[in-house]
Design a protein around this ligand. Structure first.
Ligand SMILES: [Fe+2]
Length: 330
């Protein structure tokens, strides 16, 4: 069952205006949801049962599946082209747009659509909701200015779960393939220490049938990238984030890294609201589950755990040092 974690904010942040003359999102016209044929688990990637048990989902990645109809894909492409004027750059990605859901109602309504979210619950085999932070919805990657650069370097995500959708047809482009490493983050860190990228034998580049197809990804656990283009071309992909609605799994967020890329007018408020939501859900769970006991250490530790995301957010938001955005390439 899908549950909204937090409602989309009623007000826009400073500097964001809605696009005019935009098609209104209609799931009967714009969606063509199909289930993926294959699911790969974190276990297959080398993670232990103990680690998997604490994460949002046991799923690592799905095979490509259809999300948008032809008409839906055409509208999303036109939205992405309009958003491109707001592109920024960071150490990991040459051209990206964040906060598009505060500008395009079509993108907002697609990214928060209940039918799509229900499909994601089925794929992830757990209850998920569109990410609590709209900056983590409808993220767009565009072709790099420098063709020698990967569209998005080898990394794992700053959020637990996401879909990676092709906005342009990857079959009409040379290179720029989405790729993932069949292995753990720890293995990748070891490789990177030796100056290596993942061995070709353990890299998978899924075949997408066209624009509007996507894969489901446990982005925080699966190392992946958008490969370099072989020839200059328009290459756009869209990443939409999800969170587990279960209060006691790991948060799997690395919000502090977003300081290197996101608009401070938006980021800190969204970050604080996410932490408040996590704290609320965990305190609620504690209220329901706490038993009588004289074990005061256990009681104190349960309370401490329930608000650990709030305390972490306070510490990280107060920190004056801006983190860089991590990746595994030099
Ligand atoms: Fe990613």
């Amino acid at each position: 069952m899908t549950t909204a974690a937090l409602p989309f904010p009623a007000n826009q942040p400073k500097g964001y205006e809605w696009f005019d003359a935009e098609a209104e999102f209609d799931e009967r016209v714009h969606l063509q949801l199909e289930a993926p044929e294959h699911i790969r688990t974190l276990k297959e990637f080398g993670y232990s049962d103990e680690v998997i048990a604490t994460k949002a989902s046991p799923v690592a990645v799905s095979s490509p599946f259809r999300i948008l109809s032809e008409e839906g894909a055409a509208v999303l492409l036109s939205v992405a082209r309009r958003l491109r004027q707001h592109a920024t750059s960071c150490e990991r990605i040459d051209n990206l747009v964040r906060g598009g859901c505060y500008r395009s109602r079509f993108l907002r309504d697609l990214c928060t659509n209940a039918s799509l979210t229900q499909l994601m619950c089925d794929i992830y085999q757990t209850d998920v909701a569109p990410h609590t932070m709209p900056l983590q919805l409808g993220h767009m990657n565009f072709s790099p200015n420098d063709l020698s650069k990967a569209v998005d370097k080898w990394h794992y995500d700053t959020l637990p779960l996401d879909i990676v959708m092709m906005v342009t047809d990857p079959n009409k482009i040379a290179g720029g393939r989405f790729e993932y490493f069949v292995g753990t983050k720890e293995e990748m860190a070891e490789l990177a220490k030796q100056g290596k990228t993942p061995p070709v034998s353990r890299v998978v580049a899924p075949e997408f049938n066209g624009a509007g197809y996507a894969i489901a990804l446990h982005g925080n656990m699966v190392v992946h990238r958008g490969g370099p283009l072989e020839k200059a071309a328009e290459r756009i992909s869209m990443v939409n984030g999800y969170v587990s609605t279960l209060p006691n799994v790991d948060d799997q967020q690395r919000h502090s890294q977003l300081r290197a890329v996101d608009d401070p007018e938006v980021l800190y408020t969204e970050w604080a609201k996410h932490a408040a939501w996590r704290g609320r859900e965990r305190l609620n769970s504690l209220l329901q589950e706490m038993d009588f006991t004289s074990d005061r250490k256990q009681i104190a530790s349960q309370l401490k755990e329930a608000i650990e995301d709030v305390n972490l957010a306070i510490a990280e938001i107060s920190d004056d040092n801006v983190a860089s955005i991590d990746h595994f390439e030099k």
